[in-house]
Write a protein that binds this ligand. Sequence first.
Ligand code: MN3
Length: 213
Amino acid sequence: MNNYYPFVNEPLPYSYDALEPFIDTKTMELHHDRHLQTYIDNLNKLLADHPEAQSMSLERLLMSPEHFPGPLGIQIKNNAGGVFNHRFFFNNLAPVGTTQNTGVLADHLGKVFGSMDEFKKQMSQAGLSVFGSGYAWLVGTMQGRLQIMTTANQDTPLPQNLCPVLNLDVWEHAYYLKHYNERNKYIEDWFQVINWDHANLNYLICLENGFPI
Ligand code: MN3
């Protein structure tokens, strides 16, 4: 589904104002319509000149950097990463109160981190620890173990054979209009609008396939 060249920027699965007051309408408009759109446009332009890469899925492009040596590999990593990371981020948000953190993921988070409060604390610390631009992630290892990690810029966990469950965009464009420089307050608000149903589904796919491709 829209996972191959030419990539299309699909509409958000909710309205731009659906995450108010935690994530503001203008931020969602700019983030989806300009930031993500730019990564999609740049990726399409890059692949237009490299037909050998046009048959590769978005995930395959990200997992096979060795196919693209030199500057092309870096450009593909940055722009395909920008597409993957933003789609994943937007798809794992939902209006407050519309999903519940129950099911296998909630159960395993409790076992791995001791409590949801402890998971929240460690995920927040990861988001705050990113110096400059990047993401905090909840990922599954190939053994199905949950762990928290961070990536810089538009890097993804995919080349490390880690399976994404949830990601938190801590680039300033994700929060500056509303939260200014207070990333901690943005992260607190982000927890209110996580789509736990999707996160649980992501985790089930990780457990079943080892990788969501
Ligand atoms: Mn972003």
